[in-house]
Design a protein around this ligand. Structure first.
Ligand code: G3P
Length: 215
């Protein structure tokens, strides 16, 4: 399973990268705004900065919602760095844009996916990644991980190459359950990754080993 960090915060990206387990980065317009990155020039430079930290796929989202706009923005983003993945929303013109970029060999991530039908469309349009938002489904009382299982099952039935990128992950158990469900990638903030480290028996066991060593 690949681990991506879901943030535009460069310090957190550096910290996750230093762990040696980071495979990529996902961002979205809300995450960029949270870091105060505004204006086209600054946003594009920020993506380059991220690509210079992490050697892996970096999803950069288009703002346009019409086909021509998504194509223009996506091509500009893809030209920034070889690791940029153009993030396209799950809308009608988005499907057309996924097909366009797929035909051109530009990597894509279809975002804001909340159903298996949407995931099927994204795969058929040639998306490299599909991003089901599991935390937001949990928020409205659906089990987000069930959707991951369903999409993995469908993709395996037809050998789709689209990778299932579980997004909107809120805690470490989400990561573990997505791994059990067969997600190719989990993207989440830094904290759930760090929380995977924790077990009280590890802490007490280590304390005892060190105490015995000192005796
Ligand atoms: O990757 C999608 C993610 O950024 C959304 O997360 O916590 O806003 O639902 P959240």
């Amino acid at each position: 399973m690949k681990f991506f960090i879901d943030t535009a915060n460069l310090d957190q990206i550096r910290e996750a990268n230093a762990l040696g387990v980071l495979d990529g980065v996902t961002t979205n317009p809300s995450l960029m705004a949270k870091e105060g990155i505004k204006g086209e020039e600054k946003i594009l430079q920020h993506y380059i900065d991220i690509c210079n930290i992490v050697d892996g796929d970096v999803s950069a989202e288009v703002i346009a919602t019409d086909l021509a706009g998504m194509i223009a923005e996506g091509e500009k983003l893809a030209a920034l760095h070889k690791n940029i993945v153009v993030k396209i929303p799950m809308i009608k013109d988005g499907i057309k844009a996924l097909r366009y970029f797929s035909n051109k060999g530009i990597k894509t991530n279809c975002t804001l996916v909340f159903s298996a039908g949407q995931a099927l469309l994204a795969a058929k349009a040639g998306a490299n990644y599909v991003s089901p938002f599991i935390g937001r489904l949990d928020d409205i009382s659906y089990d987000g991980v069930d959707l991951i299982k369903q999409i993995v099952h469908i993709y395996r039935n037809y050998n789709y190459e689209t990778q299932v990128l579980a997004a909107s992950i809120r805690h470490s158990m989400h990561i573990v359950r997505c791994a059990e469900a067969g997600a190719d990638v989990a993207t989440c903030p830094l904290q759930p990754i760090l929380d995977l480290l924790k077990h009280p028996l590890t802490d007490s066991g280590l304390e005892k080993f060190l105490a015995d060593h000192r005796k």
